[in-house]
Design a protein around this ligand. Structure first.
Ligand SMILES: Nc1nc2c(ncn2[C@@H]2O[C@H](COP(=O)(O)OP(=O)(O)O)[C@@H](O)[C@H]2O)c(=O)[nH]1
Ligand SMILES: [Mg+2]
Length: 247
């Protein structure tokens, strides 16, 4: 693939992902080397206790393109993503999970749309997670559709122009941040390009998004977003106001 004339920050968030995170960072660096003019990895260690932070620090010592943000304790996926976005410095920003479920090579599908698009979103062609995780995703989509009035069937893997972050206020602390950012950008009038991606099965450990406590927090944040969208969108009494044109 030809190198695109862009600079890209890859945020990699990790909470106790020691077995997978090093490969994920190295593969992200290889992707950047291959596909863009300039790149960096911003790894966020979200208060891990399994040595993830030390692995990331060693990678940062080895390669100046790697920077690590350490949370003193576990603050949650959404906060980790926001920390990474805040620490990013290049023109475009994206995120990858530290668990390796979305491989860095996947980003090759996004870069052909850059720099001509300010936002590239993705949907899952397949998640190799098994039916429980799939059922959770379906329930989540249905709830998001009911509450926000939009199909929010996009994944957390997206690329956007970093300067756009100055134009929105992100409030979610859970993975709702991955819905909030695209919806708010589309409300600004940003038209996304779309790609499809796959998520592999987890090689180690298990998904941590499934606890009852987390589900309550996610629904609460969805309701807060709905309130914000209704209040800030005169003339519309429901829905986020974003037009989601799926491929
Ligand atoms: N669930 C969860 N993930 C976190 C947290 N902080 C960072 N992450 C990272 O976010 C990514 C996605 O989390 P995961 O539990 O695998 O969610 P899933 O892939 O959507 O089932 C992983 O790389 C995690 O290590 C956290 O507090 N909770
Ligand atoms: Mg995962």
């Amino acid at each position: 693939m030809e190198r695109r004339p862009i600079s890209l920050s890859v945020v990699i968030m990790a909470f106790n992902e020691r077995p997978a995170v090093e490969g994920q960072v190295r593969d992200a660096l290889a992707f950047l080397e291959r596909c863009v003019q300039r790149g960096e990895v911003v790894a966020v260690d979200d208060g891990s206790s399994d040595g993830t932070g030390e692995v990331l620090d060693a990678l940062a010592r080895e390669d100046p393109r790697v920077r690590v943000v350490h949370h003193p304790r576990n603050l949650g996926m959404g906060v980790a993503i926001r920390s990474g976005y805040s620490a990013a410095t290049l023109d475009f920003v994206t995120q990858l999970p530290g668990d390796g479920q979305v491989r860095p090579d996947t980003l090759e599908r996004f870069v052909p749309f850059l720099p001509d698009h300010d936002l590239v979103l993705s949907t899952y062609a397949r998640r190799g997670d098994g039916w429980v995780r799939f059922a959770v995703t379906r329930a989540y989509w249905a709830t998001a559709w009911l509450i926000l009035g939009n199909r929010c069937e996009f994944t957390g893997t997206m690329v956007f122009r970093r300067a756009l972050l100055d134009r929105i206020r992100i409030v979610s602390d859970t993975f709702m941040v991955n819905v909030e950012v695209p919806l708010k950008l589309m409300r600004l009038g940003v038209r996304p390009a779309w790609v499809t991606i796959e998520a592999a099965a987890r090689a180690h450990g298990r998904s941590k998004v499934l606890s009852a406590r987390e589900i309550v927090r996610v629904v609460r944040e969805m309701l807060a977003l709905r309130r914000e969208f209704v209040l800030t969108s005169p003339g519309s009494d429901r829905g986020s106001g974003a037009t989601v044109n799926r491929p």
